[in-house]
Design a binder for this molecule. Structure first.
Ligand code: COA
Ligand code: AMP
Length: 633
């Protein structure tokens, strides 16, 4: 007898059109699809071709018609401003329709791009849904990114409008956004026609006459806008994510496949029933925020929590327990780093005892490797299943998980359990051959990918093929290395590229190297990710100075740290660099970043056969020891 997971998994691979076609029936279509899966232009696949939909209609209006209008749709909980505000489905739909009217009034229409650069306020979700309502394509940029990063995205997406706020609020400071968005617009070659500014009382933003529009004024005057039918294959959003260079990749998400996959995932991956309260403690600037703060819970008729705060410091390590008990949260989804922060501040979970958590039944973790210690700590204190699951910005939803709505398997610490239906996960060696169970290799997914995964990169079909599909023809390369055990459990071990994961935030060491290399005194540089107890990884820079530079190295380090903060943003958490005489390289000139990282983390390593001069490794070790890494740890 096979279980529900195995049946679903096999059918999703053997009969994807039948499987996803059935899943799509739970949603509203203005016109049904002509084909569930169009594979006529391989390696580009399209889902639900010929179908006409509206994601916002499915997230809001549909539920109101089904009698959910009075149910809470979104709870904005902001310990940093002392605010809790609940929007019912009726109220959220009204705000979204009005803001859709604001955008339409500014000339934004179907297919136009809108950049949303906002802190964790309800208006960020309202702006996203308003774009979806009129068929505009949103691109949310995380508030922790600097002006330069915003400028890169403005140039690539070419938005008609930017929606922003006067400030963001971190634990210890208010961050005025106006210098950031104005700085970005000044830097960018493309200029948006309008900037809509949500003025927050913590810091007012000066307005540029003729260009800037006040959110509140515009909402008061706007006419609500109805949903506009779009093709299922039309883009819903672009979300930029770190690649291996300073030029981020614009991951595209379609409308039809996305809503089908996300609604399905709520039922079968998370085991959530409509009407329940679901909380993803992330940020709308990341894919977790797109999928599981905004779209999936609303598509499934849940109450979603939008939390403007941190796991610790707002005000203490009991913050998550307060939110769970106050809003009767059933499932929480967050990054392991949040739990490491809570565990560090409250090792015995004493604060948990102050709250009634009887409503809470499952914790989901993703975004980085779940270290078994943290996972066990959460299991012990919460006394609920703790479910690790693995996915990426590109995939939009889980590739591997313990599907709680199908057939929960016993948890193996260190593994996000099994491939989710739709995902044919395999492990290949360098030559593209499948390896035996337990052997580490490249984690890939056989094409076609299921609905909801990226159809391409924005205006960059070639880069899409080159980045993901060319190394292993017929497969999508995840960029992660790992293995699958005899029982089919997937283990994700590390990235195979220059991407690092800092506090669940995906960052490119290549992008940081580009910043360091632009310092006038730096001849050469390298950035690696070193292990960190709280954030999982932290970036660490190595600088080789130009001949004849006699300045104090500490000053230069201070300058490059400031440059990374200024050009990439505080979220890069780039705080440490060291000056060395030379970098270890292969004879062909490739910098041995992997070996440097192993030395920093005190891991054993084999002397690379192709190393140019082994003596350099001793110099690197000495430099690392001096700043508290390697033998100085
Ligand atoms: N706007 C402006 N600055 C921001 C920001 C934002 N939206 N988000 C973070 N920053 C700043 C922080 O203030 C910090 O600045 P600092 O260098 O002056 O201290 C810096 O960027 C690094 O931020 P962060 O990585 O969040 O570190 P932290 O020390 O403030 O908090 C954690 C550590 C673990 C509590 C925090 O990272 C966390 O809650 N992580 C949860 C993970 C998560 O949500 N991941 C998303 C994917 S699921
Ligand atoms: P992002 O695109 O920001 O979601 O980051 C995706 C990357 O985070 C993946 O490619 C992995 O390297 C890492 N990641 C996400 N979830 C997990 C997980 N559950 N276990 C291990 N690594 C993960």
């Amino acid at each position: 007898m096979t279980n529900a997971y195995e049946q679903a998994y096999q059918r999703s691979l053997n009969d994807p059109e039948g499987y996803w076609g059935e899943a799509a029936r739970s949603l509203h279509w203005y016109k049904p699809w002509d084909r569930v899966l169009d594979d006529s232009n391989k390696p580009f696949y399209r889902w639900f071709v010929g179908g006409m939909v509206n994601t916002c209609y499915n997230a809001l209006d549909r539920h109101i018609e089904d009698g959910r209008g009075g149910q809470a749709a979104l709870v904005y909980d902001s310990p940093v401003t002392g605010t809790v505000r609940t929007y019912t489905y009726n109220q959220l739909r009204d705000h979204v329709a009005r803001f859709a009217g604001v955008l339409a009034g500014l000339g934004v229409g179907k297919g136009d791009r809108v950049i949303i650069y906002m802190p964790m306020v309800a208006e960020a979700a309202i702006a996203m849904l308003a774009c979806a309502r009129i068929g505009a394509v949103h691109s949310v940029v995380f508030g922790g990114f600097a002006a330069n990063e915003l400028a890169t995205r403005i140039n690539d997406a070419k938005p008609k409008a930017i929606v922003t706020a006067s400030c963001g609020i971190e634990v210890n400071r208010v961050i005025p956004y106006q210098p950031l968005y104005d700085g970005a617009i000044a830097m960018a070659a493309h200029k948006p026609d309008h900037v809509v500014v949500l003025q927050r009382p913590q810091a007012a933003a000066p307005m540029t006459a003729g260009r800037d529009v006040d959110w509140t004024d515009a909402m008061a005057k706007a006419t609500p806008h109805d949903c506009v039918p779009v093709a299922a294959t039309d883009p819903l959003y672009i979300l930029y994510t770190s690649g291996t260079t300073g030029q981020p990749k614009g991951v595209v998400r379609d409308n039809g496949g996305h809503m089908v996959a996300l609604r399905w995932s709520m039922e079968y991956v998370y085991g959530v029933k409509p009407g329940e309260v679901y909380w993803a403690a992330s940020d709308v600037g990341w894919v977790v925020g797109h999928s599981y703060i905004v779209y999936a819970p609303l598509l499934n008729g849940n109450t979603t929590i939008l939390y403007e705060g941190k796991p610790v410091g707002t005000p203490d390590a009991g913050a998550f327990w307060r939110v769970i008990s106050e809003h009767r949260v059933r499932k929480l989804f967050t990054a392991p780093t949040a739990f490491r922060a809570i565990k560090r501040d409250d090792p015995n979970a004493a604060l948990m005892k102050n709250y009634d958590l009887s409503c809470f039944d499952t914790l989901f973790l993703a975004g980085e490797r779940s270290d078994p210690d943290t996972l066990k700590w959460a299991e012990t204190h919460l006394e609920v299943p703790v479910i690790d699951h693995w996915w990426q910005t590109e995939t939009g939803w889980a590739i591997a998980a313990n599907c709680m709505g199908l057939h929960p398997f016993p948890v193996k610490h260190g593994s996000p359990t099994k491939a989710v239906p739709g995902w044919d996960v395999q492990v290949l060696d360098e030559g593209g051959k499948r390896v035996s169970p337990g052997t580490v290799g490249a984690l890939v997914c056989k094409l076609p990918l299921p609905p909801g995964s990226l159809p391409t990169l924005w205006n960059a079909d070639e880069r899409y093929v080159e980045s993901y599909l060319s190394e292993f023809p017929g497969y999508y390369k995840t960029g992660d290395a790992g293995f699958i055990d005899e029982d089919g459990y997937v283990y994700v071990m590390s990235r195979t590229d220059d991407i690092i994961n800092v506090a669940g935030h995906r960052l490119s060491t290549g992008a940081m190297e580009e910043v360091l290399a632009s310092h006038p005194d730096v001849a050469e540089c390298a950035v690696i990710g070193v292990a960190d107890e709280l954030k999982g990884q932290l970036p660490l820079g190595f600088l080789v100075l130009k001949a004849g530079v006699g300045r104090d190295p500490a000053e230069i380090v201070k300058e490059v740290v400031a440059m990374v903060r200024d050009r990439i943003g505080p979220v890069a958490a780039f705080k440490t660099a060291t000056v060395v005489k030379r970098l270890p390289k292969t004879r062909s000139g490739k910098i041995l970043r992997g070996t440097m990282q192993k030395i920093a983390d005190q891991q054993s390593y084999n002397m690379p056969a192709t190393i140019d001069d082994p003596a350099i490794l001793a110099e690197i070790e000495e430099a690392l020891t001096a700043i508290g890494y390697a033998n100085g740890r």
